[in-house]
Design a protein around this ligand. Structure first.
Ligand SMILES: *[C@@H]1O[C@H](CO)[C@@H](O)[C@H](O)[C@H]1NC(C)=O
Length: 414
């Protein structure tokens, strides 16, 4: 039994945030971002295959399309730190490193656009980026215009080398300059993260009305411990952060690391399932040139992506955490009246070897629709059957893994 003290009313109350309405990111952004896998590797002499240079991004773009990622929704290809020259040009404009990006960023942008992809940019609201390249402070308007000129579609604005107290004014100011260019650009902010780690309480209403997505917590690293710590943060702080999320404005638990070195197959399934429940941006940071078919299947699981991209845009929550077993739920389509369909993630944090059987009674999870729910396992595609709210069924969850279910309302019109 996993009684949770869970109150249905809390989930159906209105989202009263005055959110950013630039028409973008109505569902969580999806794409590929360089940082977690490729970092600030600028040593193209000794490591030409892995260094940050234009051909790396062009190759990833090619693979996004040829390997089927674009077809299931991954459409942003984004730079991260270390794309720049160490100085601005004579006119004060940002410029890419001339050796690693010899064609310039407009050419890279055109290359991505010709493939139907979006161009993601990285900068920092400080004097310098985290890796020490020029930040935007002092050049906000010019840099916004430069991004528009280059055909940028998505801007990640980091917060190193800045005073977090200035961010309440600075991030909105840069957002206004982006807006003033007239070019739609998804705006990804690191603003709350830098304030939280400096002991400040973020102004969530202002953040949600300025940014399309924002980071709340530490950078992801290539390990299950890192993924698990992010999941804990999202569970422990859910009452504060869930109300801020919705179409156009998302909490960002950072990149998907599936396909790298740190996660097992089971842990990779767990990250994918949890990011879907969390309505998280799905930004892969991996080497698409070397993807195991199993990991590619996880990343391209269209049923799980459909949960992530559900148009209601309601971020899921942790209902229970007991004996290393967590049950998470997210309200999704289809709905009828005030009743929702749900996706459930049963997450096993246990490491004691054998799979663990978890018994589920939907009514104890707040799922009380009299017509019942049709339940499908989203990794195996097995139809588990139709269940009334008080029926009980069992799922078997592997260690450090997940079972992810879709529970559709059974309505007379279905
Ligand atoms: C600029 O902001 C206005 C008002 O929020 C919005 O309607 C418009 O779509 C925005 N334009 C761009 C290019 O972001």
């Amino acid at each position: 039994m996993y009684w949770t003290g869970f109150i249905v009313g809390a989930l159906v109350s209105c989202i009263c945030i005055n959110a950013l309405e630039n028409g973008l990111a109505r569902t969580p952004p999806m794409g590929w971002l360089a940082w977690e896998r490729f970092r600030c590797n600028i040593d193209c002499d000794n490591d030409p295959y892995n260094c940050i240079k234009e051909s790396l991004f062009m190759t990833m773009a090619d693979l996004m399309v040829s390997e089927g990622y674009a077809a299931v929704g991954y459409n942003v290809v984004s730079l991260d730190d270390c794309w720049m020259a160490s100085e601005r040009d004579a006119n004060g404009k940002l410029q890419p490193d001339p050796i690693r990006f010899p064609s310039g960023l407009k050419a890279l942008s055109d290359y991505l656009h010709a493939k139907g992809l979006l161009f993601g940019m990285y900068e920092d609201y400080g004097t310098f980026t985290c890796a020490g390249y020029p930040g935007i402070l002092g050049s906000l308007e010019l840099d916004a215009q430069t991004f528009a000129e280059w055909g940028v579609d998505y801007v990640k604005l980091d917060g190193c080398n800045a005073d977090p107290a200035d961010m309440d004014q600075g991030y909105p100011e840069f957002g206004q300059y982006l807006n003033a260019t007239g070019r739609p650009m998804i705006y990804s902010c690191s603003w709350p993260y830098y304030q939280i780690i400096n002991g400040m309480t973020p102004d969530w209403a202002s953040i949600a009305s300025t940014c399309n997505l924002w980071r709340n917590y530490d950078d992801i690293q290539d390990s299950w411990a890192s993924v698990a710590s992010i999941i804990d943060y999202y569970g422990d702080n859910q009452d504060e952060i869930i109300p801020n999320a919705g179409p156009g404005h998302w909490n960002d638990p950072d990149m998907l690391i599936i396909g790298n070195f740190g996660l097992s197959y089971e842990q990779s399934k767990a990250q994918m399932a949890m990011w879907a429940i969390l309505a998280a941006p799905l930004l892969m940071s991996n080497d698409l040139r070397n993807m195991d078919p199993q990991n590619k299947d996880i990343l391209q699981n269209i049923d799980i992506i459909a949960v992530n991209q559900d148009t209601l845009g309601l971020q899921g929550r942790r209902l229970s955490k007991e004996n290393g077993i967590e049950i998470w739920s997210r309200q999704i389509n289809p709905t009828q009246g005030t009743d929702y369909s749900y996706s459930l993630a049963v997450l096993n944090r246990r490491t004691d070897g054998t799979p663990y059987d978890v018994s589920i009674t939907l009514s104890t999870l707040g799922m009380t629709f009299a017509g019942g729910y049709s339940v499908t396992d989203l990794f195996t595609s097995v139809d588990l059957g139709d269940f009334a709210p008080d029926d009980t069924f069992e799922v078997r969850v592997n260690p450090t893994s997940v079972v992810m279910l879709r529970c559709n309302l059974i309505t007379s019109t279905a």
